[in-house]
Design a protein around this ligand. Structure first.
Ligand code: SAH
Length: 224
């Protein structure tokens, strides 16, 4: 039997050695949330390998822990923030965000595959996060609520690869907000960090190269 707690500590130590963490808060969140509750049963013993893993038979994956940690550090999450995630997948990243924004904050995660809405919801429930995360079925390229142009969220994180910046998501970001999204081709992307400044001005920077499954929707890739 693999000792999952030891595996979790080893994984986090390796991420520390690689210089992935900038804050103790993200490190603590990774030590707290049980990734084994968010992977498919057959991969339980592999839960603390630093690699993406397939989610049920969906063709989608839970992201590698180092990529999750990089994104959470870039999001600069503090307690009380309202966060929108596009691509709930397993619910793992949503649980980590919950840990970082606390009960004063809110986490909404949109997922387009109905089976994964159920998978993520069940995983979050088992791990004790169901009251703090709302998992909703829909096309996240249109935002949530869909088509709303109101500035609603302090942070938006897209965990699937987009051919371009979905305009509605930019609109739904509040002033002083941060939006993270992988943009590029189907096989590799750049992680883009967009900031909306207090005067509404928008700036973007490239964080790093990355590989995500495609964001499929009205303002993303077309279904194959
Ligand atoms: N954040 C997840 C991993 C996401 S994998 C985790 O922690 O496990 C990317 C997910 O984005 C997949 O589940 C995929 O079905 C979903 N997705 C792709 N296009 C989408 C869209 N337009 N709206 C919502 N979800 C989408």
């Amino acid at each position: 039997m693999v000792n999952l707690d030891d595996g979790k500590k080893r994984l986090v130590e390796n991420l520390v050695r690689q210089g992935i963490f900038r804050s103790a808060r993200v490190r603590h969140a990774l030590l707290k949330v049980p990734r084994e509750e968010f992977v498919s049963k057959v991969y339980k013993n592999d839960a603390y390998l630093d690699t993406p893993l397939p989610l049920e038979d969906s063709g989608q994956t839970i992201s590698a822990p180092h990529m999750v940690a990089i994104m959470l550090e870039e999001l600069d999450l503090i307690r009380g923030l309202n966060v929108l995630e596009i691509g709930a997948g397993s619910g793992y990243n949503a649980a980590l965000i919950c840990e970082l924004v606390g009960p004063e904050g809110s986490v909404t995660s949109v997922e387009r595959v109905p089976e994964l809405v159920e998978f993520a919801s069940n995983n979050l429930k088992r791990a004790g996060y169901s009251k703090d995360v709302e998992v909703v079925l829909g096309d996240g390229t249109l935002g949530y609520p869909q088509w709303s142009k109101e500035e609603i969220y302090d942070r938006i994180i897209v965990t699937a690869a987009s051919p371009r910046m979905p305009k509605i998501l930019e609109s739904q970001l509040k002033r002083n907000g941060i939006l993270l999204i992988p943009i590029g081709g189907v096989f590799s992307q750049e992680l883009i960090k967009l900031r909306k400044h207090p005067d509404g001005r928008i700036t973007r920077m490239n964080v790093c190269g990355c590989v995500f499954v495609p964001l499929i929707g009205a303002d993303g890739y077309s279904p194959i």
